[in-house]
Write a protein that binds this ligand. Structure first.
Ligand SMILES: [Zn+2]
Ligand SMILES: [Zn+2]
Length: 356
């Protein structure tokens, strides 16, 4: 019984009698949480007298005690949320201490919502930094959303972002989707990975000229099928695919034909898929697809960079959906070190990609 968290419970051995359990003992005179029992302090049951008319449901003693306990709880809990993980014996102790002072757990958690949401931001950024988001990391996220009572809206948008990082990570690790386009003639042993409507954009003096068509990536070739003819190329001719904005991919080939900008639905995904298919064909991704790649950043470096940059984009100070960015890219010999890493939001990271 002593391990029960504070709350309203039916008293053992007294069917139908619901009283406040403060974590240590029952409060005999407390009213029930739905307010159906005669009035009194909702925490200790003491009569409230005139104060009740002011809408106050707690006596002065309880209010003072709860305010003090909440202050201490916020201090201790915020520290953990900034530096560590809100779980385990230490965290339980912090919650338990507040509860033993009569602070309802929900009230305690709601008082730290901002810090909890910032913790989630750190959690998802750290999870995505390794290139692969595991099921375990998704489950951990869901667990914290539940245990910290994160508001649904704040949780949903971050969960969506995490899911997207998982999809991108899976693609980058070499696991490409297998499609079966019904209306395409592929070689019998050719596997289609990508098939979507795009527009090729050529910049002329008079302005952009758009050529709508279909971009098809298989394990053998990349094709752009359009009314004007389009093109087809082996992967060896693809040098780079870069997302330049949310919907613009730039393809760099060893030839002029095909090199240029393409408007796509999802530039980041398209670029990741084309880059990966090209790397697979160059045998830069060998065995064991789905493994974490060499971009994995050690936990202590992630923490150091996060704290140094104060959990904000170093360019625009955005606080959500941050990414670890190599100042000098890995491809240009940049190291995975504290000095060569910074926090950037997606938009600033895209801008940087477009500059390089
Ligand atoms: Zn009271
Ligand atoms: Zn930014």
């Amino acid at each position: 019984m002593a391990t029960m968290p504070p709350g309203w419970y039916e008293v053992p051995g007294r069917p139908g009698v619901i009283l406040w359990w403060d974590g240590l003992r029952w409060h005999e005179k407390a009213s029930d949480p739905n307010g159906t029992a005669p009035g009194g302090c909702e925490l200790c049951g003491q009569p409230l007298g005139m104060r009740r008319l002011a809408g106050n449901r707690r006596c002065g003693d309880c209010r003072r005690r709860v305010t003090e306990a909440l202050k201490e709880f916020r201090h201790d809990a915020t520290y953990v949320l900034h530096q560590g993980m809100p779980e385990g014996p230490h965290w339980d102790g912090i919650l338990g201490k507040a509860a033993s002072c009569g602070v309802p757990p929900a009230e305690a958690l709601l008082s730290i919502t901002d810090a909890s949401v910032r913790f989630l931001d750190r959690l998802v950024t750290f999870a995505a930094a390794d290139g692969v988001v595991s099921n375990q990391e998704i489950q951990q996220f869901d667990r914290f959303v539940h245990s910290l009572m994160i508001p649904p809206q704040a949780a949903a948008s971050r969960r969506q972002w995490l899911d997207r990082q998982r999809v991108l990570g899976t693609v980058r690790s070499g696991v490409l989707p297998r499609l079966r386009p019904a209306d395409l003639y592929l070689d019998i042993d050719e596997t289609c990975h990508f098939d979507t409507m795009v527009q090729s954009v050529r910049w002329l003096k008079a302005g952009p000229v758009k050529d709508p068509g279909r971009l098809v990536a298989t394990d053998k070739k990349l094709r752009f099928l359009s009314g004007r003819g389009g093109w087809e190329t082996n992967w060896s001719k693809i040098m780079q695919a870069t997302a330049r904005s949310a919907d613009t991919v730039h393809l760099q080939m060893t030839q002029i034909k095909g090199t240029g900008e393409y408007l796509v639905g999802d530039a980041e995904y398209t670029a990741a898929l084309i880059e990966t298919a090209a790397r697979i064909s160059r045998r830069q991704i060998l065995s064991a697809p789905g493994q974490r790649d060499t971009r994995a950043i050690p936990q202590h470096i992630k923490s150091a960079v996060w704290n140094r940059d104060r959990g904000r984009c170093v360019e625009c100070a955005a606080e959500a959906y941050l990414e670890f960015d190599h100042v000098i890219p890995l491809s240009k010999g940049g190291a995975t070190s504290e000095g060569n890493l910074q926090l950037l939001c997606r938009r600033c990271n895209l801008n940087k990609g477009a500059r390089i």
